[in-house]
Ligand binder design. Sequence first.
Ligand code: NAP
Ligand code: LUD
Length: 322
Amino acid sequence: MLSLATLSLRLGVSSCHGSRRSIATVISGIKTSKLVRERLKAEVEAMKNQFSGFRPSLVVLQVGDRDDSNLYISTKLKAAAEIGIEAKHVRLPSSTTQDEVLRSIRSINEDDSVHGLIVQLPLDSVNAIDNELITDTVSPEKDVDGLSCINAGKLSRGDLKHCFIPCTPNGCMELIRQTGVSVAGKHAVVIGRSKIVGAPMHDLLLWSHATVTTCHSKTADLPEQVGRADILVVGAGRAEMVRGEWVKEGAVVIDCGINHIPDATKASGKRVVGDVHYASASQRAGFITPVPGGVGPMTVAMLMENTVQSAQRFLLKNQLRR
Ligand code: NAP
Ligand code: LUD
């Protein structure tokens, strides 16, 4: 029989107890993402054996040279290599025009050897580029970021089986599943309504049968809304905005925020924090994700998951045609 401690370790959740009161169980994105990556590695190995050396393939298109994008892309390429996904990094200079980016996307769309294509955001260009046009030019069949209108539309209608689910919210759902807390019938609150985090998070929670409130910069009383959440997902881009006092006792708190704040004790002079004030929120939440080590690694793992899924769909389509 598994002990509770062993089970928690396997699930990527760990419990600690503070001196004053029991504090939240930490949901580890590092452990959970490792489990996902190990499963994918086995799936890719099986594909390779069954289809004479076939490997899923991913292209990451980058415009410019932002430090944060460079870091995220290198993490994605490393994860892909470990799993056995063939990943290619296409770098375009910041002088690239919108037409040139579109041409590059169209040529990758037409390349049958590529199963997944993402355009890392934000674009770092000296030219005006329409982000919507860029994400919508990626073929929906290769849109492993799930940002095209076709995939977003399917998700908003609850057609989850026939779309690519955006990686960050998909990773959040996986972390919520790790807690063992069921979503159906719960009150979920999402802070943020962006295309990459908030809006698809709302859709996923809704189609998992939560009652969902989505907050944004014009929400009148944010602390009051947060206080109603059994499940809280935050993607606002505001360092430590959500205070522990706002959080409902026992809530599941998922923090997508990645913010850099000054810290004189660090060699770099800064450190990464989330959108939730971790120290105070972990005194009230039942479960909480850390930053770093929470949602970030799951974003990378779910991109790998979508790429493998896209390759599987490609194989199925081509087998049926033969
Ligand atoms: P975004 O496009 O700037 O969207 C932020 C959202 O938060 C908007 O909907 C905005 O409202 C809302 N918001 C801003 N200030 C608010 C406030 N004071 N009260 C309530 N709502 C507020 O950002 P994003 O791309 O969604 O990213 C959000 C955060 O998640 C960032 O820290 C980003 O770095 C991080 N992120 C992390 C991952 C990961 O893998 N961990 C992935 C993506 C993003 P309006 O719509 O009214 O402007
Ligand atoms: N654009 C993303 N832009 C930014 N954190 C990521 C991300 C890894 N098209 C497109 O990859 O999915 C995307 N698709 N995004 N992001 C953010 C967003 C995009 C964020 C964090 C991490 C990818 C990550 O690995 C680690 C962690 O949180 O533990 C390290 C964080 C750190 O800075 O130390």
